[in-house]
Design a protein around this ligand. Structure first.
Ligand code: ZN
Length: 137
């Protein structure tokens, strides 16, 4: 495998469970044990009630495209191999909206409301990055 040259997440103590699960192909969503809010991206306290009593739930991995755009050119060198790039906001049934890339499809086939599912790509030995792709079948 060639060296991964794109930016990588900075893993912190409160986001470590998210990245550990990603290595196992699981998508976790943070949940506040005080007010019940779903939280994404991972944080050290709830953005709704400021509680530090946070837990995790495993997401279904399913989602729906809320909005998207397609980039055909004008990206950093390391991303050129990925063009065209579909950047999207995905609504998850767990109650969060997540920014991600839609992969493994023709960008012309992407539409708002499209059903998508999570897929992971290995970036380094320690990091699997979550992406989404159209639900097959
Ligand atoms: Zn809360």
């Amino acid at each position: 495998m060639s060296e991964y040259l794109k930016p990588l997440p900075v893993i912190q103590s409160f986001s470590q469970p998210f990245w550990d699960a990603a290595k196992d192909g699981k998508l976790l969503v943070q949940k506040c044990n005080s007010c019940g809010s779903s939280i994404f991206f991972p944080r050290d306290r709830c953005p709704e009630c400021w509680s530090e009593d946070l837990g995790w739930i495993e997401a279904s991995g399913k989602g729906e495209i809320y909005a998207f755009s397609v980039t055909y050119e004008g990206v950093e060198k390391a991303f050129k191999e990925d063009l065209p790039i579909v950047l999207a906001w995905i609504d998850l049934p767990e109650g969060i909206r997540m920014q991600t890339n839609i992969i493994d499809c023709n960008p012309d086939d992407v539409s708002i409301g499209m059903a998508v599912e999570v897929t992971f790509k290995k970036a380094t030995d320690d990091i699997n990055l979550p992406y989404f792709k159209p639900v097959s079948g």
